[in-house]
Design a binder for this molecule. Structure first.
Ligand code: T3D
Length: 261
């Protein structure tokens, strides 16, 4: 049996590939366990960026609905509990992860699969990729942080209409709406995403983690609180070797060699 998540270690970065292509990488219990394990591996200090993608023609089709078949044990589950035990922790892990998490959406991203992609820091999408908040089609609400993120990124009107219609959103529209950083030709997505992961792995990791936290916290802060948070983050970054290296490299007119410290 093939492993539900593939982990490829590169110099300074980890590629995590959801690997149930015959089911468009829908989440079953094994895939959850393997994904948590992959992110644990990414905590290693030598890893400074993570790239998440999917195998085959899909990125992720959300919850494996075969595990929710009426009459089965899974159908009797409290879905709220399933979210608390699995989806919420993985979204929180990505959100809190102190390193850039990139996502290369190689194909359809549906349900919690779409919101898993949107939980990542930088979303790249293949031209042919589509995003679907498919929950309403099965009588559910967007989860895995979807309502929070969509309300923030695309605004409440689009968030409600997209969630209620469950219409597929093409990659160009997703980019136009601010959900996607870059749309790539299908055949170049992997190369573009891997190059970006490699570049981030050579970046100022402490500053990256602070940028992530500041941007995440901004929505809940007033200006004075955010100004102070920026000052605290800058105090921290100002003490890093990478800041010193950045200044030296600028003055010496050379490229900085960041160490992530
Ligand atoms: O339950 C909880 O724990 C609460 C949390 C819920 C989180 C959620 O994610 S709920 C939303 C679950 N996901 C969906 O509702 C999406 C279901 N899938 C689709 O609507 C379509 O498959 C797609 C629009 C994503 C793609 O359509 P298409 O035509 O390109 O492909 P397909 O033929 O439908 O799918 C290909 C295969 O993947 C097919 O298997 P088969 O017949 O060839 O053996 C299909 O059954 C399978 N597949 C796709 N999505 C799922 C799935 N199998 C199980 N679960 C899926 N979600």
């Amino acid at each position: 049996m093939s492993h539900p998540v593939l982990v490829d270690k590169h110099a300074g970065w980890l590629k995590i590939t959801l690997n149930r292509p015959a089911k468009l990488n829908a989440f079953n219990s094994d895939m959850f366990e393997a994904l948590f394990d992959a992110f644990e591996q990414a905590r290693s200090p030598e890893i400074r960026a993570v790239l998440l993608t999917g195998a085959g023609r899909g990125f992720c089709a959300g919850q494996d609905l075969a595990e929710r078949m009426p009459g089965s044990e899974g159908a009797k589950l409290d879905l709220g509990q399933a979210l608390r035990e699995r989806y919420n922790p993985i979204v929180q892990t990505i959100s809190d992860f102190p390193k850039p998490v990139l996502c290369a959406v190689n194909g359809v991203a549906a349900g919690a699969g779409a919101n898993l992609a949107l939980a990542c820091d930088i979303v790249l999408a293949a031209k042919s990729a589509i995003f679907i908040q498919s929950f309403a089609k099965i009588g559910l609400v967007p989860d895995a942080g979807g309502t929070h993120r969509l309300a923030q990124i695309i605004g409440p009107q689009r968030a409600k209409a997209w969630s209620m219609t469950a219409d597929p959103l093409d990659a160009d529209t997703a980019q136009h709406w601010g959900l996607v950083w870059q749309v790539c030709e299908d055949e170049t997505l992997t190369e573009v995403a891997e190059n970006m992961a490699r570049d981030f792995a050579q970046g100022p990791t402490v500053a990256f983690s602070q940028i992530k936290k500041l941007v995440h916290d901004a929505a809940g802060n007033d200006l004075a609180t955010q100004l102070e948070a920026e000052a605290a983050a800058q105090s921290h970054c100002g003490q890093t070797l990478d800041h010193h290296e950045g200044i030296a490299a600028f003055l010496q007119k050379r490229s900085p060699q960041f160490k992530g410290e």
